[in-house]
Design a protein around this ligand. Structure first.
Ligand code: PLP
Length: 404
């Protein structure tokens, strides 16, 4: 059981008002709020042991290095990676994907095929398009169905010996669909293709086991799992990380440098050129500890109750249509009401202190599929309440009345 009152006490921002009303924060799919322990970790870092890592002999540098490397181990344990050096710190999901896609430029040839899903975020589309443009490889799309699920039969057919890479999100940020990544990974591996899973939207709700999944790359952003912005995680299987060339050149990522030749450092430093977001990495570990102290099973059960409750209340509203009705779904509801523009609904809700997202959610192909400009998206987290859903539904009814 989750002690919701105690949890809400942990998030200072939940006490504030917006436009004179208590904040109802339903934009969790865009970024999560930050618990006090994470804020404290950031303040503590800059107040007591701020120093550059990995190269200083002095005590502060040692302390900062230890804390940063401890965070890497926390992340390793959380994802059940075999080795801590299979965890690479990046600046976010987008950076993680670009690191992998640019690395594949040297491993992909004309005539090869790369497969992505119709449910992807732009950040898991554009880098691969750039890769295909540079290499002459062909981009193929796994189609989706009306309920917002991937067409797994079409996927099975699309995988051929030419397939070299498959990229799919674990959970769709626009619709909340949980994809059957285990089946996708196994099928891709049957032809020797590598698989990258975009876990940015799954990690707030699900604790993935990268070894059980046998995934090659799994990426996510700290700011969606109670951590700070500007930190991303890239898990890569050692065999693949060894094959990929470095992404950026600079300090930290070298073993020796002369003007004639540079040799690169081993994992993970090969991919971590320059001074990283030290404080952010440490705070990411604290955020994961916090979520694990609640427990991902507890989080999932509670969020599912929020989802069911909100879905029932919303479908009772005349003319409201929910996009994304897959059986396996996280706590995201994308919807429109009649012909009302999502932006207008979002604006009125904001006046009532309710934060939702409107628009295409960085997933324009999904909106094109449904032939809509965008949706209103309400996304819930474990610190949201049933009462907030009531406030949101009442606000929405008011907005609909004003706009129709
Ligand atoms: C948020 C998100 C991204 C992008 O994450 P950034 O932190 O902006 O790099 C990519 N994919 C999905 C599914 C997301 O939800």
């Amino acid at each position: 059981m989750l002690d919701i009152n105690k949890i809400r006490e942990d998030f200072p921002i939940l006490k504030r008002e917006v436009n004179g009303k208590p904040l109802v924060y339903f934009d969790n799919a865009a970024t999560s709020q930050t618990p006090q322990v994470v804020i404290d970790a950031i303040v503590d870092y800059y107040s007591t042991y701020n120093a550059n890592i990995h190269r200083g002999v002095h005590s502060l540098s040692q302390e900062a290095t230890d804390a940063y490397e401890q965070a890497r181990i926390k992340i390793q344990k959380h994802f059940n990676a075999a080795q801590s050096y299979e965890i690479i710190f990046t600046s976010g999901t987008t950076h993680s994907i670009n690191l992998v896609s640019s690395g594949f430029e040297s491993l992909i040839n004309q005539g090869d095929e790369v497969l992505l899903s119709a449910l992807e975020h732009h950040s898991n589309i554009v880098p691969w398009q750039m890769l295909c443009e540079k290499t002459g490889a062909t981009l193929k799309v796994i189609p989706m169905t009306q309920s917002g699920e991937l067409d797994m039969a079409a996927f099975a057919k699309a995988v051929t010996p030419k397939t070299k890479l498959v990229f799919v999100n674990h959970v769709s940020n626009a619709l909340g669909t949980v994809n059957d990544i285990k089946t996708i990974i196994a099928k891709a591996h049957s032809v020797g293709a590598a698989v990258l899973i975009d876990g940015a939207q799954a990690t707030p709700h699900i604790k993935p086991d990268v070894q059980a999944l046998d995934v090659d790359f799994y990426v996510c952003s700290a700011h969606k799992i109670c951590g700070p912005t500007g930190v991303g995680i890239l898990y890569g299987k050692q065999e693949w990380l060894d094959k990929l060339p470095p992404y950026q050149g600079g300090g930290e990522m070298i073993e020796t440098v002369t003007f004639e030749k540079t040799t690169y450092a081993g994992l993970p430093h090969k991919f971590e050129a320059g001074t990283p977001n030290i404080c952010g990495g440490i705070a990411t570990g604290v955020g994961l500890d916090y979520m694990n102290s609640i427990g991902f099973d507890t989080i999932a059960t509670y969020e599912n109750e929020l989802l069911t409750y909100a879905t029932e209340k919303l479908i009772a509203i005349d003319g409201l249509k929910i996009y994304g009705t897959s059986k396996e779904k996280t706590a995201v509801i994308s919807f429109n009401v009649g012909e009302i523009h999502p932006y207008d609904i979002g604006t009125i809700l904001d006046k009532l202190g309710i934060a939702v997202r409107t628009g295409h959610h960085c997933a324009q192909p999904i909106m094109d599929f449904y032939k809509i400009p965008g949706t209103v998206r309400a996304s819930f987290s474990f610190y949201n309440t049933m009462e907030e859903i009531d406030i949101f539904v009442a606000g929405l009814e008011k907005a609909v009345l004003m706009l129709s």
